[in-house]
Unconditional design. Sequence first.
Length: 400
Amino acid sequence: MRGFRTGTLWIGLLLVFGLIAAACADDDDGAAEAPATEAAPAPVDPEPAEEPEPTAEPEPAEEPEPVEEPEPVEEPEPAEEPEPDPAPEPEPAEDPETGGVIGFAYGFENVPIYQNVLAPAFAEAERLGYEIVEGSAMGDCDTQLANIDNMISTGVDAIVVLSMCPGGYDAHIAAAQAAGIPFVTYLWDHPDADGRILLADEIPGTIIADRAIDWIDNTYQGAPEDFSWLVHECPPAPPGIQLRTSIPIERITAHTGIDPVTSFCALDPISSLDVTLETLQADPGINMVIGITESSALGSYSAFEQTDGFDTGNVFIAGVDGERPAIELIATGGGTGGMYTMSAALDLEAVGFAVVRVSHAAITGDEANSTFQTRHVAISIDDTDTAQAWFDRVFSAYSG
């Protein structure tokens, strides 16, 4: 069977080779004859190329197994918004670095107004870290000058002086400044002062003169020629202080034609009491008293209370500076018979503060704050509510 298949194969091959040889021989013959004109054979349409077997479409990729969606993460609870911190309260401004000693040579430490000024001065000194060293002149010029000398020698940081010495203070100002100690004037001025506590000097005299003349014209009960009056003046005082009485003396004398009885520097209530009692014995018809200080007016008020036989409703008393007892009397209607009629009052709390604040400014070289200007205001029995309000504001925190 195997031999048969082999023989058949070879017979097939021989037939194929024979056909190829015959085809070659026919081609040689045709080339030799080459006819001149031979119609071109009809074009043979090429067999259409076998269309390629369509490429098998790729099998669709297997869809990936769905990924399990992660379980939703719980959203964190929103953090609580922190409560806003309350706006910090502004810290109180620190007091300037202070400290030191202020010498206060008031000169009239025996008059009550001194305590009215000293109490707020002590309060302000404590706030700013100062100590106040007081003088002890009690109205004596030589003692006041010795007080100032002692303050310089002990090295205080500033000296505040109320003028009471006729010879002035030039040498003491120079000595203090040579020692590096500022010199502050109290209710007077000096061109070489380092600090000043000043008054509008003409105001208290003007206030009193206006009210006194009104009283003479509208309240005084008596014949004009019987009018009599007493003035506690003090010629050695600084010129500005003297205006407290010189203005009323000039104006009231011009208005009535009657000169006053005068006393000499009865500045405290005891001296004034004594002088007034003596005057009333000599002239029992006194209808008006004007004091250069409140203490001198208060002394006269006491003298009238101690003297029998006077129509106290026909008496006018006025003082200057607004001491506590005077404002109390005015706020209650003027005391016995309404005699204590008015005061040209100072804001004594502000003045006490100024003793320390102006000294501090002079010590630190703060020129903008080294001068304090104060004014008197009229406090009278015409408006007792205002008098009480003044008393509450100026004296409520202090005794004296």
